[in-house]
Design a protein around this ligand. Structure first.
Ligand SMILES: [Zn+2]
Length: 381
């Protein structure tokens, strides 16, 4: 483990005194509607607070890497005007901003936590899936009670191990969420989650806490599926003696009453919607309103207006249902508000597909279509 002055230097780099948020996508090759909404909320909280918006690439889950997928993230963010102040491509004071490039850090912090008694090496032979599923009963884990000397000796012998969080058996942990309020859980209901895997790579839960702290993140925006992990995050922050950021857990974007939107089940990604002829600005407007309510009756907002008025207190606890008909309505509003020239420009590729006769001027067709079009690819009369 590094000496304490190294850790102090890391602390000294952390920017303070400003709102700092991060969007931390995995490179999957497309932008989920739910992810786009997380990006928007994260961006709007930063801009509303005159703070910094940071892009971090979470690529530690090696099995999911897709070629060119990081470029898709940059392209989508740029297209949606979500310009980031810090990130892999633009740099910043707390670089690197790609998780695999931060790999050596996690081990140091896992060892620091071990030093402080809040983590331990586990030498048990279990499959990764047993560890992930939580089926492993920590009460049975003899490693939790190994002395530090025994643990060091086994590690020195070259025995493979994971590093687990040592959760107290007694007491409760309370955390505060900006949307859900105070939530208290019994510590005995929490598992000694794996922080560092056998290959030395961190788990998602551990890397997030380390990165968010070292990047000075003040507001952590993520899906409500992580609510149940929040007490373990709190115990990590406390174990390190770090301030706890504001948690903003957002309810999922649903396809219907019971199911989340999912690309696998044929729900459109952001890219699919654009290919179907929806306008980026209309998608941004509509997606922001999925789970966030402005104070008045107005529904059509530019991104600049949203930066002014977006407030965390308007985010809803109840899941939002993605309604393509509602999006059509937004799109139609945006199309009617466009200048004829701007509409002709976005409509032209779609008109060229439909009208093969080169003598027909797409601009003339566009002028006829604009007033009765909801989606530029599929005019309905
Ligand atoms: Zn063990």
């Amino acid at each position: 483990m590094k000496d304490i002055s190294w850790f102090n230097d890391m602390e000294a780099r952390i920017p303070t005194g400003e709102v700092r948020t991060r969007f931390a996508p995995s490179p999957t090759g497309y932008m989920h509607v739910g992810n786009l909404r997380t990006a928007l909320y994260t961006y709007l909280i930063a801009r509303h607070g005159k703070g910094k918006f940071i892009l971090r690439i979470e690529d530690t889950d090696q099995g999911r890497l897709v070629e060119g997928a990081v470029d898709v993230i940059y392209k989508t963010m740029a297209e949606c005007h979500l310009e980031h102040d810090e990130g892999p491509d633009v740099g910043g004071p707390v670089a690197p901003y790609v998780q695999t490039e931060r790999r050596p850090l996690y081990k140091e912090y896992a060892e620091l936590l071990m030093e402080r008694g809040h983590a331990y090496r586990c030498f048990c032979e279990k499959t990764e899936s047993e560890e992930d599923s939580g089926d492993f009963n920590r009460g049975d884990d003899p490693c939790r009670s190994l002395t530090r000397e025994e643990s060091d000796r086994l590690a020195a012998e070259g025995r493979p191990y994971v590093i687990r969080q040592r959760i107290p058996h007694e007491g409760t942990t309370t955390f505060h969420d900006e949307i859900y309020g105070d939530i208290t859980v019994e510590n005995q209901s929490l598992d000694d989650q794996v922080l560092l895997k056998r290959d030395g790579l961190p788990t998602y839960n551990f890397a997030n806490v380390i990165d968010d702290h070292l990047m000075g993140i003040t507001h952590v925006v993520r899906g409500s599926e992580y609510l149940s992990s929040a007490p373990k995050y709190n115990l990590l922050y406390e174990g390190f003696g770090w301030p706890i950021p504001k948690y903003v857990h957002c309810s999922p974007v649903m396809r219907d009453q019971h199911n989340k939107m999912s690309k696998r089940h044929g729900d459109p990604s952001y890219e699919d919607l654009i290919a179907q002829g929806f306008l980026t600005d209309a998608v941004i407007n509509y997606v922001t309103l999925l789970g966030w309510s402005p104070r008045g009756e107005q529904e059509i907002f530019s991104l600049d207006e949203l930066k002014e008025i977006f407030d965390i207190s308007g985010i809803s606890k109840s899941p939002a249902i993605f309604d393509i008909e509602k999006l059509r309505y937004f799109n139609a509003e945006y199309i009617r508000a466009m200048s004829p020239e701007a509409f002709a420009k976005v409509a032209e590729p779609f008109i060229r597909q439909a009208v093969k006769n080169p003598a027909i001027d797409p601009a003339a067709v566009a002028a006829l279509l604009q007033q009765r079009t909801e989606v530029s690819s599929a005019p309905r009369s």
